[in-house]
Design a protein around this ligand. Sequence first.
Ligand SMILES: C[C@](O)(CO)[C@H](O)COP(=O)(O)OP(=O)(O)OC[C@H]1O[C@@H](n2ccc(N)nc2=O)[C@H](O)[C@@H]1O
Ligand SMILES: Nc1ncnc2c1ncn2[C@@H]1O[C@H](COP(=O)(O)OP(=O)(O)OP(=O)(O)O)[C@@H](O)[C@H]1O
Length: 267
Amino acid sequence: MIAFPNAKINIGLNITERRADGYHNLETIFYPINITDALEIVPANELSFEASGLGIPGQVEDNLCIKGYHLLKADFDLPPVKIHLHKHIPIGAGLGGGSSDAAFFFKLMNKEFSLNLSNEQMRDYVRVLGADCAFFIEGKPVYAFEKGDQFEPVDLDLSVYHLVLVMPPAHVSTAEAYRGVKPQPSERSLKELVSLPVGDWKQYIRNDFETSIFKNHPVIRGVKSALYEAGALYACMSGSGASVFGVFKERPDLSALEKDNQVFYNV
Ligand SMILES: C[C@](O)(CO)[C@H](O)COP(=O)(O)OP(=O)(O)OC[C@H]1O[C@@H](n2ccc(N)nc2=O)[C@H](O)[C@@H]1O
Ligand SMILES: Nc1ncnc2c1ncn2[C@@H]1O[C@H](COP(=O)(O)OP(=O)(O)OP(=O)(O)O)[C@@H](O)[C@H]1O
């Protein structure tokens, strides 16, 4: 059985306070985009994992699909599976690629072995693997709060726009990004701000990671400026970076950016 785990972008991200457990409370809008991996599971005689496409850092045991298998195996009498992941979603991008693989792995296992897990149960499992994972179980646009794993639906449809995603030659670790931020309560909730016209977002919607990340990785700031120069209504770094997205009325000419960056049109 095969599935296509998709990426997300964060439209704004406010880090509001440090929590007693070392994590941070935040608010953000998760919006699904059409850049995907391919993930296949096949019942087999032994558990195995193979990957193709972009190189995935870390050991196989650390892959969120394998971690997910062990998590589920603790509660269900599962046969071994052969897992194949074709990696296409840039890594260290703030696009939640690994988190999406984990969520889609649960959805695949649920179907393949008729486990009858509800979406809520699957969200509870994958939260343990990473704060971003729970979003990908349903993958609909949401306002996210607390650790970024509690959700309220938002009515947001950007399909009339041309969404561009740029991955610069930089890699940001999520933990590095959180270390650079001083949490601060937000004045106006993103839930309210995102319902403003897209043309007003530039004035009101921020990603709190940008200040410190742009200081350490000026190439990312350069991409954001280039998207505005190319006519973006709104441009923002996604999550903890390094990718940056732009919302355009029409497909822009970004040939100058294509030389040094990976550019995805109409995501
Ligand atoms: C930046 C975002 O992508 C925004 O959506 C997420 O907050 C990151 O989510 P994620 O990659 O699933 O994060 P996790 O794997 O759970 O955590 C990685 C590290 O980020 C920090 N972290 C993450 C989430 C959060 N609410 N507060 C944190 O401080 C912690 O240092 C943690 O050790
Ligand atoms: N299936 C997977 N795909 C990619 N990375 C994985 C996977 N499983 C575990 N990882 C580990 O997670 C790290 C980063 O993953 P990911 O691509 O989700 O980060 P990101 O783009 O910064 O996303 P975000 O911070 O928004 O969750 C990698 O360095 C890798 O070691």
